[in-house]
Ligand binder design. Sequence first.
Ligand code: SAH
Length: 460
Amino acid sequence: MMIKKNDIYEITVTDFGNDGEGIGRIDGYTLFIKDAIPGDIIKARITKAGKSFGYARVEEMVKPSDDRVTPVCPVAARCGGCQIQHLSYKKQLEFKQNKVKNQLERIGKVKNFTMHPIIGMENPYFYRNKSQYPVTLGKDGSIQIGFYAGRTHNVIETEKCYIGTEGNEKILSVVRNHMESNHILPYDEVNHKGLVRHILIRKAFATGQWMVCLVINGKKYPNADFLVDELRQFDGMTSICLNVNREKSNVILGKEVINLYGEGFITDKIGDVSFQISPLAFYQVNPVQTVKLYQTALEYAGLTGKETVWDLYCGIGTISLFLAKSALHVKGVEIIPEAIENARNNAKLNGIDNAEFFVGKAEEVLPAYYEQQERNGIQATADVIVVDPPRKGLDIRLRETMVKMHPTRIVYVSCDSATLARDVEYLTRNGYELTDVRTCDMFPMSGHVETVVLMSKVQK
Ligand code: SAH
């Protein structure tokens, strides 16, 4: 059978794809269908046809799945921010748990591990503490602030984001009014003109502090004083800044921050540890779940107070400091210098003196440390190594060095279960066994899931 773009087929959706899209089959030909879920019977319009698989969208709903719900957000289907708002929350959790289990079994080639129940949210809305709104000029000349539609740079205007922070819309409206009255243009990525690219808003949920950062294609923002005066009226406004990004690129933030108000950071708390967060530093976006994630990491680390722990990809030192109180010594490694500056201050802020931090790539810092020790006739070891890499997972060189340091436990925090499974496969071939897996829903309404696993050294 020849399947072509724009053909329409009636099919029953049977499975989930990795991002939460639906999967249906026509005589063995696989279709990935946006916004469809298992149990739906639909008329699907082919949007892209490959040789053995293709993509489609729902042209007409013939019979909806019992797991379908009406999204609370009116723009859920168009906006790229959420992928599975139309799926009941219970089923979202089931989908994520199964995805991780399947990938560990299939890619990781492991079985006989304990898959603990997923940690879901009681209220899976308004959970994000950070939002980055693109700003563009509409066809009618108006300023558009919202989120990108899936896989495009068309901005879908959103008054209110149901997974964002309540109150963001008031801040956005102040910026919009200021831009309009001062004739400040949004950035246009086609001709690389205009000023305002993104508005980044962060809120520290535990302390109520706000940060507003305008990402601009320039070094100056006209009449910034007036904007600062207005934003300061918000209860908890603690940091206002500009971020300079003059690159022709999809990367949101540039390297330079110009401080307009405050000390350049906000302070939040996770459990009983306080953290200063600067605009360029990574910080977990879902504070309600972060504490549960870190508690799992702490539990898996199995600390008694005598251990040397490495926390690789440590950001502002959150996991490092969360573990430091129960360990002998913690060493954190992170690539962003500003984040390490935060991490060092955070140690001081919490009176923690058994944590030290290194700037650099984990895959360079750890091997260099290992080789240095070796030259001194010392075998570098660690009791526990915690890793929390970005989606691409661990670098080969880093994995090799980790194994050479033969930690008793490796605690792997992952935001991409496919690369996690790949690394688990490597570690099981090199003296480790996967014992415990715990998924945590840090990103309700999206297809993403966070996982913490414990890999233990196999006793000879
Ligand atoms: N564990 C921290 C941060 C996790 S996010 C937390 O829970 O908050 C991953 C972090 O890895 C980010 O801070 C990112 O800046 C950093 N990073 C990315 N590539 C890196 C590399 N090659 N070496 C070290 N850190 C890296």
